[in-house]
Ligand binder design. Sequence first.
Ligand code: TYM
Length: 331
Amino acid sequence: METVVSGIRPTGNLHLGNYFGALRNFISMQNEHNCYFFIADYHSLTTHPTPGDLNGNVRQILVEYLAAGLDPDKATLYVQSDVPEVAELYLFLNMNAYIGELERCTSFKDKIRQQPQNVNAGLLTYPTLMAADILIHRANKVPVGKDQEQHLEMTRTFGNRFNRMYNVDFFPEPQAFNFGNELVKIPGLNGSGKMGKSEGEGNAVYFADEPEVIRKKVMKAVTDSGPTEPNQPKPEAIQNIFQLMKVVSTPNTLTFFEEQYNTCQIRYGDMKKQLAQDMIAFTEPFREQIKALLSDEVYISRVRKAGQEKAHESASKTLREVREIIGFRKF
Ligand code: TYM
């Protein structure tokens, strides 16, 4: 049995990218492994330092975890800030993380570009906080999308460095994980590479979106005037639509539109109508569950509290040993 850790930031509702990159794996892994799935509310402050409704956002993600099928009796579901041991491990790891390696991190460079008015130290040390999340449970496997690959590499660097510096064999080497073996990147609807919360309006399809909203977003997805020759390679925006269809539609549907494309008969309006319909059908059960759970305050707080207790137990054990290893001892 492996120890599994992963988290999602509460900066918006869950979208299809989160699901296919991460959550889908969480759901299957909970049956076989010792799983810790959390809501990364500390991390969200690096981009949203004054969140309007932090608590509401955290509750929404917790509800969406449950609606998607995470079972609090199988996996430990918790809120990052409910386990402040994470912050102490982050502090220790920061002492052995070098400015140069943090500055070279791709996500840091992206964020500098996206928010030049707020290049804070939390952004720079985002990977050490993430390493703390993972190492605090001494995890082996981390189900994430492709965008997190480099962060996992850095987690291994920090864990190995700790082992070397203090001459211990304490932290295992956590591996990024996806069932298909390859980490995935789900594209967005606006022609850009990735479905994401910060990639612009209409780019992401959320589980909580009403059918009409999904239909509108999909119908607006970027396309072009269509292929002019048979079997032409697909431009990125078109490739994206096909990739989205691959994850929510049946293989027959996909084959049908592939053929239409290859014979230059494709009508993107028809394809998008079908894609919207399949996305609506795919998200339907989640939407219903989200609505039902959101009103059950008592259950939600019970889940949060139980998760906090279990996560605290594991985290405090690791931290006790880390303090001991570094040399913090009582007189
Ligand atoms: P976040 O909140 O951006 O995304 C949560 C998870 O969803 C995946 N994901 C995607 N996968 C495929 N295609 C996409 N378009 C797509 N968009 C998002 C992400 O890869 C991620 O797995 N730093 C993390 C949160 C985090 C974490 C951790 C994860 C904090 N500590 C420790 C694992 C372990 C993040 O920002 O994810």
